[in-house]
Design a protein around this ligand. Sequence first.
Ligand code: HBI
Ligand code: FE
Length: 296
Amino acid sequence: MNSTSDIEQAEFLQTLASKSTGGTLRGDYAQADAHYVVQQDMATYTPAQHALWRRLYQRQAKLLPGRACDVFIENLVALDAADGIPEFARTSKALFTATGWVLVAVPGLVPDHIFFEHLAQKRFPVTVWLREEHEFDYIVEPDVFHDFFGHVPLLFNPVFAAHLQAYGKGALKAMPLGGLDYLARLYWYTIEFGLIRSAQGLRIYGAGILSSAGEIEYSLHSPVPNRLRLDVERVMGTSFKIDAYQESYFVIDDFEQLFHDTEPDFTPLYARLKLRQPMPANTLLAGEMTLPPNAE
Ligand code: HBI
Ligand code: FE
């Protein structure tokens, strides 16, 4: 079923553990191996950095009840990462037991094909360094708080994890077909900024929202943005902004939908999408219904 056997995964972890290079400096790509992997060196995090993590964690955690999806909240609690920057190796053990995934430490953004290769092999790249105090409210590039707090909880869910692995494989296939932009939009509007329905109203599962101070409230309650049912071709044809709250959110019913809707071969989709310009992020097409924001 999986391309990586448990033995291969365990061996990969061993290789990492035996590496001598380390460091948690921002953007220290010189230390990285061919997979852009570094060692997370816990000794290099200062007490002030752990304290900053705790403040970030506490602010976000308070906002989650009634706003993040249940799966996220349950698994975040199980991670036990409230007290300081977590050690990835410890989380990897629990994660491997749950879904066969592991975390790998990276110096920051890695090239697309490297990123997709990790996902296809059930390895989630987590940035090692933490933002600075002046970036407390907003940071453009992913840091350890965004990557760990935002992404790791859902990796404990088997359906979500299976989707992300399939996404990685699909993206590797899409690159030579010129489908990268489309796959990046899909990732953006689901994994980073996705909403999900629940019996009590809309909930958030996107890591970009869940690690943001302001967008949790905005995405669920503001009357301004569109909230549309997820349609893969629609999403792939919609551009996005990286420096402002989203103008459209896409809503799924459950993680099974995410898995099934993204399972088919996208080759014919890319052919159609290439014939037209991407739509602006705030587009509302004739006949499209935007879902109402949550009450209260
Ligand atoms: N690298 N570390 C890291 N994290 C990402 O989320 C990431 C990346 N490289 C490329 C990339 N994302 C994009 O290709 C995806 O957002 C589609
Ligand atoms: Fe992210």
